[in-house]
Write a protein that binds this ligand. Sequence first.
Ligand code: SF4
Length: 371
Amino acid sequence: MSTHFFDLDRDGLAQLASEHGFRSFLPKQLLRWVYEQGITDPERMTDLSKRDRERLPDVLDFERSVELTHQLATDGTQKLLMGWPDVEPGPGLNILQSGGDDRETECVMIPTEKRRTACISSQVGCPVGCRFCASGLGGLEGNLTAGQIVEQAWRLGRLDQVDRITNIVFMGMGEPLANYANVTRAIRILNAEWGLGIGARRITVSTVGMPVAIRKLAEFELPVTLALSLHAPFDELRRDIIPWAEHATIRELLDACNDYFQATGREITLEYILLGKLNDQVEHAQELARLARTLRANVNLIRYNEVAGLPFERPVSADVHRFQAILKDKGVNAHIRASRGRDIAAACGQLRHEQRQARVDDECGANGQED
Ligand code: SF4
């Protein structure tokens, strides 16, 4: 099988070019065509020799994903459901359980006046299993390679009305720190001036929390922004909402985040999904404020988007604003993140979940007719 272009850094491309007898300036030409011009069809790379254009497809695959669905929301948010013919299974995983057509991930482009943020996935499915999230429903199916991660951001940057991607958030499907090697390799390519050229500070890794991996990330050469998905200020409630939370207490996570802050100087963000009447009451806000202050962390409040079939409610506005006011009163920098793309199922894993459900319904319907 040929090599995935988006998996390669500049040295990897140079090595590949030399091994296959291409001229030494081919890597520079390819990087310019793909990352600057957004062109992956060798036939359109006009400064390559005819012979190189003909030989390239035998050596390199450019786009490996298949676009299954493309949605555009009224607020400009765009979402892609992508199919991957090849996904690397994680340790101990039986990826084939899900069937060949089911290796799907989502990525979202969120525009604001000044930014074009790519929200990308790091895994197919997710091992964390947050009870409110569609991605966690089927568990983990596999890890994405660095190339598959980079390709998502590249494809989002090629959509209509997107000039260039300015920010990356690892907040799509998957737990990025559970796919550490591929995620950090992808970050290098996303950051490189020959790649997508996105500054480390504009790349956010959002994790439910693995203290060992957070400390490892603190030693990574690029000081990316770290966001901890807390979602509950008490351990017991957190374990109820996030099964993965049994691996580390909130105290252990905050200690690891503090180490990250000390090592990188990057302020930590606490992500907090407000679930109606479950974690959005006064006592939750007061304890969250206390935790945030110990870490000098910023807090992002996210109103839950309901997922069909899951028993969680979107919080009422009065509770959301009271929650934020309590945090602010205690000196915490707390923002309510705008809900984006609600009309296109923009919550993590929702589109994939809905499409799978529709397929199941179709199949049931078909079976019903046959019976
Ligand atoms: S919210 Fe994130 S961490 Fe939780 S199950 Fe969904 S994808 Fe995984």
